[in-house]
Write a protein that binds this ligand. Structure first.
Ligand code: TRP
Length: 410
């Protein structure tokens, strides 16, 4: 792969938001085969031809993820067709058609495995159904896909409709319009949507989040959130059949240390701050997070209208390792620390890609620690699709900024 295929990894500008209406075209991107992208596999070709399609690539990866998790994958694959919308038809021989923020290589999809001690991991997928740089159109496609999922009984659009004027203005700003996530626990699939706080302009993100929280009954919680955050990344809603549907606000923290992250996690009562600090130190190998910000997610449920009831910390591990082998070791160390078996992760990694883990960096994008009321801590591993390209490994730690005191699991 050539350097041109490594889109701005490590550059936190992705979080800045605020492009008007359209995202810029992908700079210098060539066809997928020039990017060291995937070689077509069996079943990834269109019925009448030989072209590998994005939809088949993603379906195959989702099936592998479900198998690694020990979950039946048929329902998941069929739902992916509905949820992904028109993006499934793109050819992987063409460059990515839009500057999707979902993944570093602009793939409009990201997978994850959510691990809880003593239970099988839950496979999940995050999608940008309106995969285009035209934000108004992207929002329209996203909402149409949500309506189709509602027709299939997967979700209800009621809470989304309550916020539509806020997040889908006539001339929306980027960097995205709407993402959709599906998770596949045993039993019924569950859906979430992700909305863009900067839709009315980056300078209005905080007001947009405040208004959205107020409409959903959480207005009193906003002042504390504002204090803790230096930017708002996503406003997310659980839609459909959730035991306690959440509203979630994602906030960024630039150049934080592990101790500063632990301090923010105190927004949610509990004895987790020590574990949060330890987790960040493990994942970022003791470094201050200068290359890409930490992301906090504060979640709200009916039981506590004026404060978050859950807290997740997303650590962008890909910017703090040399390659995915190192990222995998840190993920397994974090899982073991929380009493969780790492073998499903190894199965998932083997299913997602045939490349050696040390031949690239970014397959494991984030490692996340979640604390929610009365539940044991959960560890989530985010896995890139790498549909359009693989970022080359860093050959030594020199590119990683200030050295950490220890390299955990490396
Ligand atoms: N790719 C973007 C980023 O790295 C957005 C994103 C995708 C993200 N998955 C995420 C952000 C999980 C936080 C957590 O920021």
């Amino acid at each position: 792969m050539t350097p041109k295929s490594a889109p701005a990894a490590g550059v936190p500008a992705q979080h800045a938001g605020g492009t008007t209406g359209r995202r810029d075209p992908v700079p210098g991107s060539g066809p997928a085969h020039d990017l060291g992208g995937p070689v077509p596999r069996d079943g990834e070709c269109s019925p009448g031809g030989t072209e590998p399609r994005l939809g088949e690539h993603l379906k195959r990866q989702l099936a592998e993820l479900c198998e690694a998790a020990g979950t039946a994958g048929d329902a998941a694959r069929s739902l992916l067709d509905t949820a992904a919308g028109p993006l499934t038809r793109f050819s992987l021989l063409d460059p990515p058609p839009a500057r999707s923020l979902v993944s570093d290589d602009h793939s409009p999809a990201e997978f994850s495995l959510a691990f809880t001690p003593g239970a099988p991991p839950v496979p999940r997928v995050l999608l940008e159904p309106g995969y285009t740089d035209d934000m108004a159109r992207s929002g329209r496609v996203g909402r149409r896909v949500a309506e189709r999922l509602a027709e299939r009984g997967v979700l209800s659009c009621d809470r989304l409709s309550l916020l539509a004027d806020l997040f889908f203005p006539a001339a929306p700003h980027g960097p995205f319009a709407m993402w959709l996530a599906l998770e596949f626990p045993a039993g019924r699939p569950r859906a979430k949507v992700y909305l863009n706080p900067a839709a009315n302009g980056p300078g209005r993100s905080a007001d947009t989040v405040a208004e959205a929280l107020a409409r959903l009954g959480y207005g009193d919680a906003f002042p504390a959130l504002r204090r803790y955050s230096d930017g708002f990344l996503f406003f997310a809603l659980d839609l459909g059949d959730w035991p306690a549907p959440r509203v979630k606000v994602y906030a960024t923290h630039r150049e934080f240390s592990a101790a500063e992250a632990a301090a923010v996690s105190r927004a949610v009562p509990g004895d987790h701050p020590g574990r949060v600090e330890e987790f960040v130190d493990l994942v970022a190998a003791g470094r201050r997070l200068r290359r890409r910000p930490l992301v906090s997610c504060f979640s709200f449920t009916r039981a506590f209208p004026d404060r978050p009831s859950g807290y997740s910390l997303h650590v962008p591990v890909r910017d703090y390792v040399n390659d995915d082998h190192q990222a995998r070791d840190r993920a397994v160390a974090a899982l073991h620390r929380h009493g969780i078996d790492g073998r499903p992760l190894d199965r998932a990694l083997a299913g997602m890609t045939s490349r050696p883990l040390d031949a690239g960096v970014g397959l494991i994008a984030y490692l996340t620690l979640t604390h929610a009321d009365r539940c044991p801590p959960r560890v989530t591993v985010y896995l890139s699709s790498e549909a359009y390209g693989v970022k080359p490994p860093r050959r030594n730690a020199a590119g990683l900024g200030e050295p950490g005191p220890t390299m955990v699991g490396g």
